[in-house]
Design a protein around this ligand. Structure first.
Ligand code: FAD
Length: 396
């Protein structure tokens, strides 16, 4: 069936979805039960449930709209709905799609050579290999453009040295796309520019510690990576990654995915709260019979539908090939704010049990905090929109 109720899809925005897009969305929805059966335990234990990652791959949900032979070919709308549906179930699983497919595989798909694509894309889509996107550094988050990791050319190798922080799939997985500044005086065009390198995590000099004590997205691991003279062959460089602008192309493409993920969180929280309001009786009547509660539910739905409209339109623009990175920034900001607001309302409407993992809302609420910050913070994305309004940059 159709994965959303007529209330949750209030304007019937996604009613026209068909073909492989609908199949993928339904396949994602079908994972609700198996994931919910395991996820709270994994979240509480901060365990990365590899069996669930395999489940995503077995349902062919790790492509994020990339064109990978042998896999479903999704439109931007279909890819968005998969991300939405995964985050509606669980944010860590939504982030798995974002990291593995959205960031790691997309870097190779957009900027890699044919050999790199042939070698890595099918392996990533089937979760035979798990991949990371290593851009952020301990000293460079919002200003990742100023990253300090260096890839020095030494004969027919690159020697990579530097640190990366917050890297999903960066430890105990298989491969990291590492963004580093090129030191190669023999190539004046590339020298000093940022490029991407495919670095296998078993190589000498690569070490990574899991970031501990993380109270958001607990069921996926992020790592602090240290690279001390990691040697990779010359053809480990992504040939189309010639400057930070190319890194930005990958990020712009995935930013809309964060908006879709936030929408998924908002849907989950709204639906749980609406059901709870019908089930819970106080003062001799269901909460949902109170005027104040109904107004609050209506407000939550309005916020939710606003986020749906952003995502739907962004998918249309993407499909038409005219989506600008800043339009995606605006959607990311709008939808993560919407999700934070809906989650906070839902948590309140559940009263005390709103903070119990068994009711899901508190996990969604905590997980949204990561979406609010990652792939460009709320403030940084707003500054990009602000630059278009004001006509001047407020950054430097
Ligand atoms: P900072 O840049 O230090 O920002 C701190 C605060 O200052 C923020 O509120 C910010 O908005 C504000 N601020 C910064 N500059 C300005 C300014 N000019 N004006 C006004 N306010 C400003 N990175 C990867 O490369 N790969 C990953 O897989 C990855 N996964 C992540 C997963 C999680 C759970 C998290 C939390 C982060 C992840 N990141 C990843 C990193 C993420 O992209 C960064 O955390 C983010 O870009 C912000 O950087 P920062 O944390 O260093 O914050």
């Amino acid at each position: 069936g159709y994965p959303l109720s007529p209330v949750t899809d209030y304007y019937g925005l996604f009613a026209g979805v068909q073909g492989e897009d609908l199949e993928a969305w339904q396949a994602a929805h079908a994972l609700t039960e198996p994931i919910l059966a395991r996820i709270n335990e994994a979240w509480e234990a901060a365990e990365y449930p590899m069996d669930l990652v395999r489940l995503l791959a077995d349902s062919d949900l790790l492509t994020d709209g990339l064109d990978i032979p042998g896999h479903r070919r999704l439109s931007p709308l279909g890819a968005g709905l998969v991300t939405m549906e995964m985050s509606r179930i669980d944010g860590s699983m939504g982030t798995v799609v974002g990291v593995q497919a959205g960031l790691c595989a997309r870097s190779i798909a957009l900027l890699g050579s044919q050999e790199q694509k042939d070698k890595w894309l099918p392996a990533l889509a089937s979760a035979e290999k798990l991949g990371a996107f290593a851009l952020t550094e301990p000293d460079h988050g919002s200003d990742s453009v100023a990253l300090e990791t260096v890839a020095r050319r030494e004969g027919d190798h690159w020697v990579i040295t530097g640190e990366k922080k917050w890297i999903g799939n960066g430890a105990n997985c298989d491969v990291s796309v590492v963004w580093a500044r090129v030191d190669d005086e023999s190539d004046p065009q590339l020298h000093g520019q940022v490029s991407g390198f495919i670095v296998e995590q078993h190589l000498d000099g690569y070490s990574a510690d899991l970031i501990e004590g993380k109270l958001s997205l607990r069921a996926i691991h992020q790592a602090h990576i240290r690279m001390d003279g990691v040697r990779v062959p010359l053809d480990a460089r992504l040939p189309e990654a010639r400057s930070f602008k190319d890194t930005g192309r990958v990020l712009a493409a995935t930013r809309a995915g964060v908006a879709w993920g936030a929408l998924g969180h908002a849907i989950a929280c709204f639906e749980i709260a609406a059901q709870y309001a019908k089930d819970r009786t106080q003062f001799g009547r269901p909460l949902a019979k109170s005027q104040h509660v109904q107004v609050r539910l209506a407000d939550m739905l309005q916020t939710l539908v606003g986020a749906q409209l952003h995502c739907f339109r962004v998918a249309q623009l993407d499909e038409a090939g005219t989506l600008t990175p800043v339009q995606a920034s605006m959607a990311k900001v709008h939808c993560t704010r919407a999700a934070r607001s809906v989650a906070a309302e839902a948590r309140d409407l559940l009263g005390g049990v709103g903070i119990l993992l068994e009711n899901q809302v508190i996990r969604h609420m905590a997980d949204i905090e990561a979406l609010h910050t990652y792939e460009g913070t709320d403030t940084i994305q707003s500054l990009l929109v602000g630059r278009e309004i004001a006509g001047v940059s407020a950054f430097a």
